[in-house]
Structure formats: structure tokens, C-alpha cells
Design a protein around this ligand. Sequence first.
Ligand code: ATP
Length: 267
Amino acid sequence: EKIESEIMDRGDPVTFDDIAGLLDAKQTVQEVVCWPMKRPDLFTGLRRAPNGLLLYGPPGTGKTLIGKAIAHESGATFFSISSSSLTSKWIGEGEKLVRTLFAVAGVREPSVVFIDEIDSLLTQRKSDENEASRRIKTEFLVQLDGTGTSGRGRVLIIGATNRPQELDEAARRRFTKRLYIPLPNEDDRERLLRVLLDNNKHSLVDSEIVKLAKDTDGFSGADLKALSTDAAMGPIRELGSRALDVNIDDIPPIAYKHFRQALRGIK
Ligand code: ATP
């Protein structure tokens, strides 16, 4: 029960439509993991679903969102945990936690277990590696072998990392499906800005959104979100403390100039 309350995700459901861009990745995960979760009988033999899915790429590009969307679209329970929270437990606790995590996920199947920063859990053996983290890693690999659509219930393990090169070979091998989640290109940035502005009072016209997408080369989805959040504060900032007395309809819309100001701050 404690594990469930700690790591079961009860946040808002995420759908694939909420994820801007990443069309190839979305298509692939639908085919290789969502459909097999729904219809395991169709996906046997060569079509057998992977036990583990590794999402790798720069930070803030939507790996967690993909994990949540997979769970939502396949009607699975979503468990989310970061490696650091597993390894920072008291000696012996981390190992037990891994075992319990998989047991709970099995009971709640179909389920998706999302592990962020998986590199720090399954790192290449280092000389300074201590006994506790070695045991957590071993336990994790053992558990990973026992899952998948053909094993104990439908439990999909998704590992996310910004440093795939630091995973050791034994770990990498177990994530039979690996997907690169890149930074958004210009078109994707434009799409994401539109998604972010949706449901907000704003005055940006198409050409301004296009210009912003052009000027944010190298931004991740999370960076664009931070930029938009900052820009959205623009109208309030201009009013200063007077904003607190203003009727909501009298707050000016978020404008292009607010994005330019936010961009200057970031640069
Ligand atoms: P990290 O590697 O830092 O854990 P991540 O790749 O898991 O990052 P997310 O947590 O999924 O990234 O994304 C961070 C935030 O950025 C999301 O909550 C979302 O608001 C926004 N975001 C990133 N990419 C996208 C996208 N493609 N579509 C919509 N929102 C996105």
C-alpha cells in the first residue's frame, strides 16, 4: 500500500494528442507496446512485444509524457519512480523496494513502470560501486527478465535516460526496444507553442508563432514550456500590484512582445 501511494501516478491522464511532434516515436510505441498490451494474443512469435522500452535523448523532450500516454492509451496503471529514489534508500531497502515494485505492478497489470534516470541504477560497474547498489542492480535485472507480455502478467518497463552510453551491456540488452527522443525541430516547436498557447488568452498571430519557432533552435519541450510560462506572466508584470485589483477580463492578452522579453531573459 505504501509503495502504491508513493509511486502510482494519479495525475491527469496524458494522451498521444497532448504530445506535440515526435510523430515517428508515437507511431512506433503504438505498434510495439500499446497494441500488444491490448491484444497480447496477436503479438506472439516474431511480433512478441519487448519486455523493456528504453527512451533516450536530451532532457525535457517528452520521455515521461510518452510513458504516461502509453499507460493511458493501453488502459494500464502507471507507476513512476526515479532511480535516485531507489538507490537513496537505506541499505537493503532499495532491493526490497525493487521486488515490491514489480510485485505490485504484476498485481495491477496491465501496468507500465516508468523509471527515470535509469542510467544511475544500471550503470556500468564502477570500482566505487558499493554492495548495496550492486544488489539493487542485480535484483532489477532479475525482475526485468521475468516480465513482459509472455511472462508474469503484462508489465512493461520503460527506462528513460539522457546518458544511454552509461548503461551497462547487460542492462542495455534487456531493453530490446530503444527509441531516440530528439529535441524538437522547427515544425515541432511551432506545434508545441500552439499547444502551449491553447486555452490561453493571447494575441499572437501565425507569423509570430512561426518566428518564435525559428528563434528557439536548441530548445527542448520543457524549455519552450518555461519560456511560455514566463511570457504568460508578462501582462501581469506590466500591471504590477494593480493586477490584484483588476477584473480577470481586463487582463491584457499574452502578446508576442512578452515572448521576446522572455527570450531576452533566457539568452
Ligand atoms: P527528463 O529527461 O528531464 O526527465 P523528459 O524527457 O522526461 O525529461 P518530460 O518530463 O516528458 O521530459 O517533459 C517536460 C515537460 O516539457 C512536460 O511536462 C511538457 O510540459 C513539456 N514537453 C516536453 N516535450 C513535449 C512535447 N513533445 N509535447 C508537449 N509537451 C512537451
